[in-house]
Design a protein around this ligand. Structure first.
Ligand code: ATP
Ligand code: MG
Length: 415
């Protein structure tokens, strides 16, 4: 019988015990180093079990600092306790990255509260007041405490009045609009400054309690990874240096637990593809490059042509052996590159600001240094992962870069 192409992989012993345990959606049994944040939520939300309204809250913190995980963790126990004690406590989680208008958020809440025979609130088309009235009456007919979690709320707040209007409506429910029920709003954001964009009346209603989630350090990330690895990876499947390295690398990336989990999961995949032996630090390095590659590729592909020309000019000088390239050196090459692309060259000042933008997104580093009485100058270097073929990405995403890349440049060498 002929061999099936999938046989080899299916018959190989997997290093994963439960791959989901290393995924983002998994809710672990404990959340190390978030005890304080959990207790602030619990101390406030316990009011719901006592039949009162908890205060509204705002949770802030860098990506991957555990905001969503902590909120789900606490709400899971809250609902379970409510069910056991016979108190009507409902939590409704909405991700404002996907549901990003006042209308859609209200419709989602309204539909979540619907019973058999209720009208389904359409995705669009009703006046917003009518949708809000359905939300109110559906909360009122079933007395209880309704906790509305608006995750990634900054997406909504960035859309001008949408955020203000929605938060104003929801926070009004407790001020006279509901008689027998309560509504509590928990906003979650990774932008500490997001309330600055809100109407001050809304800010004061929304944030009686602010909880700031600090980024994890490397030791804490090890404690986050260990139990998940125990559940997710076969016994003795990891070299003892793997988790410390994943934790240390992720700690450098703003202490992001998601990044640490990604590194670990991809390292295990790399080891499986490799030989089926145990996961070692080489696999973590490969996982790190892959993550960087996956992150940077779309950023470079989507750069506007002028940005690509500037980046190209830095790269071509580096390939010529220069480090700490000056703005003048970049500009000289850039002018030639524009000629080859058939583009008009921007002014040197404008190119300086494009370099600053490339620095901000982490593709180049541009440090300003003093040259004594010669004033200030920039030292520009790329900050791309080794072995990363940027020119190929620019060529395949922008036809005008083809002649730019194919031309040989006469570059100056420093004496
Ligand atoms: N203390 C922890 N213990 C175990 N896993 C954790 C812990 N903190 C975070 N995680 C895990 O890390 C991942 C990212 O966490 P989470 O989604 O809560 O971050 P976040 O702060 O909501 O980030 P974002 O701002 O990007 O939404 C999730 O898979 C979560 O389960
Ligand atoms: Mg989140």
């Amino acid at each position: 019988m002929s061999r099936n192409l999938f046989d080899e992989l299916l018959n190989a012993k997997s290093l994963f015990l439960d791959r989901r345990a290393l995924g983002h959606a998994f809710t672990p049994e404990s959340l190390p180093h978030r005890e304080l944040e959990i207790s602030v939520l619990v101390n406030n939300l316990v009011e719901a079990l006592r039949g009162h309204s908890p205060s509204n809250m705002t949770l802030y913190g860098r990506p991957g600092s555990g905001k969503t995980a902590v909120t789900r963790f606490v709400c899971r126990d809250l609902e379970a306790k409510g069910a056991a004690e016979g108190s009507n406590v409902k939590t409704i989680e909405i991700n404002c990255r996907n549901i990003d208008t006042k209308y859609r958020v209200l419709a989602q809440i309204g539909n979540h509260l619907s019973r058999e025979g209720d009208a389904v609130i359409p995705f669009t088309g009703w006046p917003a007041d009518r949708v809000f009235e359905h939300v109110r009456t559906r909360m009122e007919r079933d007395p209880g405490v309704y906790i509305i979690i608006l995750d990634e709320i900054d997406y909504l707040v960035r859309k001008g009045r949408e955020g203000d209007d929605l938060l104003y409506c929801l926070t009004s429910l407790n001020i006279g609009l509901l008689k027998d029920s309560f509504c509590c709003v928990i906003g979650i954001s990774n932008d500490l400054g997001f309330t600055e964009d809100l109407d001050p009346r809304v800010t004061s209603r929304l944030s009686p309690i602010d909880v700031v989630f600090s980024p994890y350090n490397a030791n804490q990330l090890e404690d986050v990874l260990n139990p998940r690895a125990e559940r997710g990876v076969v016994e003795n499947g990891l070299d003892c240096a793997v988790i410390p390295l994943c934790a240390a690398l992720a700690a450098k990336e703003d202490g992001d637990a998601r990044r640490a989990l990604d590194l670990l999961r991809i390292s295990v995949q790399k080891a499986e593809q490799d030989s089926g032996g145990i996961v070692n630090i080489g696999h973590v390095r490969q996982a790190q490059s892959q993550l960087e590659f996956d992150q940077i590729t779309p950023t470079i592909r989507n750069l506007p042509l002028q940005q690509k020309l500037v980046l190209f000019s830095v790269i071509i000088n580096e390939k010529n052996g220069l480090r700490n390239i000056s703005t003048g050196e970049v500009y000289g090459t850039y002018e030639m590159a524009c000629l080859n692309a058939g583009e008009r060259a921007l002014t040197s000042r404008r190119v300086s600001s494009l370099i600053r933008e490339l620095d901000m997104i982490g593709i180049v580093s541009a440090k300003t240094t003093s040259r004594g009485r010669h004033g200030m100058s920039k030292r520009i270097n790329t900050s791309l992962p080794p072995g990363f073929d940027v020119l190929e990405i620019m060529r395949s995403s922008e036809p005008l870069m083809e002649p730019v890349i194919n031309t040989r440049y006469r570059l100056q060498n420093r004496l």
